[in-house]
Write a protein that binds this ligand. Structure first.
Ligand SMILES: Cc1ncc(COP(=O)(O)O)c(C=O)c1O
Length: 436
């Protein structure tokens, strides 16, 4: 032990870390010294202004959901479940197990590990009604998170300069991916129980669009699920127009008071391109998802994936498959559901009690967010910034609209923050609304 109580090994480790960080330098035979701070000339990147020009798309800034705030701030902006809601033991055991297998050293096929492809296809098939031919395992393409799948689908199936129908509001990442793919967005009101199929039909006819991106189940940000009749009618409309429904089933494992019923389960002629992600139910570090598509659309998406990233780490695929095929996976999904319900209800009741100025239209039956409306005339961006100075981070709603926002909204995520802080968050929001 040193005179301060630390063991020599601990001190050596600390020194190595400081040297690694460049804060301390060791001169052999002389001693160890704190590195002097030299005045460094500020870098001049001004030359980059001319070659870069103005940004081609609006995707050059981070979403407000990706920001990190002060460590003690209450974060209701981020889209990821808290660590204690995730199946940590299952994930760690899976990683240990797969580290000893071939998957640790081998390249995966471009379409993904066959067993994992089969699992995703079987999951979708398990919700299909009798008489509908299920997707083949080869139709399930493994991707590293569904965000990259959105980009591929928009590039490969829609194409630059061509129209894409999209719900409004919808996931900001889909709007971003579409902008980056150069696709022209045609907003369709998302509706309280899904879009109006007549409106979808008219928009297809008016614009000549050949695809509709939608989240029929526990949509981000509203939490809305389509009525079953809406799903059937939209599928019929899509068929009549010889078009695709791009169904983003991001919240398949995030049901609270309802189970998911993907529209894709009713499709056997390749009109639905289906996305399912495990990022939020397994682990954001094992970022595995799948696109299920059939026919030439499947081949085009695969070609785009191969050009973009060649293949997904086989180790991560094997770990994901290990987790979801353990008996404890089902137990995890049940307790996940209970935790999400408690959190959702606590945030909703905190808002009812402490934030009478905001309007919560519906308490969602699944997903991770409450979508609240502020009093008319308030600026969500200004409210969010005033909240942040008081230690509360919220996401202003404008990012979820492909065009202008028709009202002032905030998205409040109940899955990431410690729920004991929800009442305080609701009080801060009300205080900001009452003075700004
Ligand atoms: C609707 C929707 N789609 C796709 C994604 C991207 O998820 P992943 O982590 O699988 O890339 C998200 C992430 O929040 C989302 O909300």
């Amino acid at each position: 032990m040193t005179e301060y109580g630390a063991s020599p090994v601990t001190v050596q480790k600390a020194m190595r870390r400081l040297i690694g960080l460049g804060l301390v330098e060791s001169r052999p035979g002389v001693g160890t010294f704190v590195r002097g701070t030299r005045a460094v000339r500020p870098a001049d990147y001004g030359w980059q202004t001319a070659p870069l020009g103005t940004p081609q798309s609006r995707g050059h800034a981070l979403s407000s959901t990706q920001r990190s705030g002060a460590p003690d701030a209450i974060g209701l902006h981020s889209g990821y479940p808290a660590r204690e809601l995730l199946p940590e033991r299952l994930v760690r055991t899976a990683l240990t197990r797969v580290a000893k297998t071939e998957a640790a050293m081998m390249r995966s096929p471009a379409a993904g590990a066959p067993d994992l492809q089969a699992w995703f296809a079987a999951e979708l098939a398990s919700t299909a009604p009798a008489g509908v031919a299920s997707a083949n395992p080869r139709d399930a393409l493994i991707i590293s998170g569904s965000q990259s799948g959105l980009s591929s689908i928009f590039r490969a199936v829609v194409g630059a300069g061509r129209p894409l129908l999209i719900e409004s509001p919808t996931y900001w990442g889909a709007i971003l991916a579409a902008h980056q793919a150069g696709v022209t967005l045609v907003p369709i009101p998302a509706g309280a129980h899904g879009p109006d199929p007549v409106e979808v039909d008219r928009a297809f006819a008016r614009t000549g669009a050949r695809a509709f991106y939608a989240q029929p189940t526990f949509a981000n940000p509203t939490g809305v699920s389509w009525a079953p009749s809406t799903g059937r009618a939209v599928l019929e409309t899509v068929r009549q127009h010889g078009a695709f429904l791009i169904e983003d089933d991001w919240a398949h494992d995030l049901g609270i008071d309802a189970d998911p019923h993907p529209v894709a389960a009713y499709d056997d002629d390749g009109h639905v391109i289906y996305l399912r992600s495990l990022t939020k139910s397994v682990s954001p570090a094992i970022r595995v998802a799948a696109v299920i598509a059939r026919g030439p659309a499947r081949d085009r998406i695969l070609a785009d994936r191969a050009a973009e990233s060649m293949y997904v780490s086989g180790l991560l695929q094997a770990a994901a498959l290990d987790v979801v095929t353990q008996p404890a996976w089902r137990t995890h999904l049940r307790s996940f559901r209970d935790h999400l319900r408690d959190r959702r209800d606590l945030l909703a009741s905190s808002l009812r009690e402490h934030t009478p100025s905001v309007h919560l239209d519906t308490v969602p039956v699944g997903g991770l967010n409450l979508w609240v409306r502020l009093p008319d005339g308030r600026s969500p961006a200004a409210i969010a910034s005033a909240c942040e100075t008081r230690g509360l981070i919220v996401a202003p709603g404008a990012e979820w609209f492909p065009a202008e926002s028709p009202g002032p909204y905030l998205r409040l995520n109940y899955s990431g923050e410690n729920p004991s802080r929800f009442p305080e968050a609701a009080r801060i929001l009300e205080e900001v609304l009452s003075i700004s």
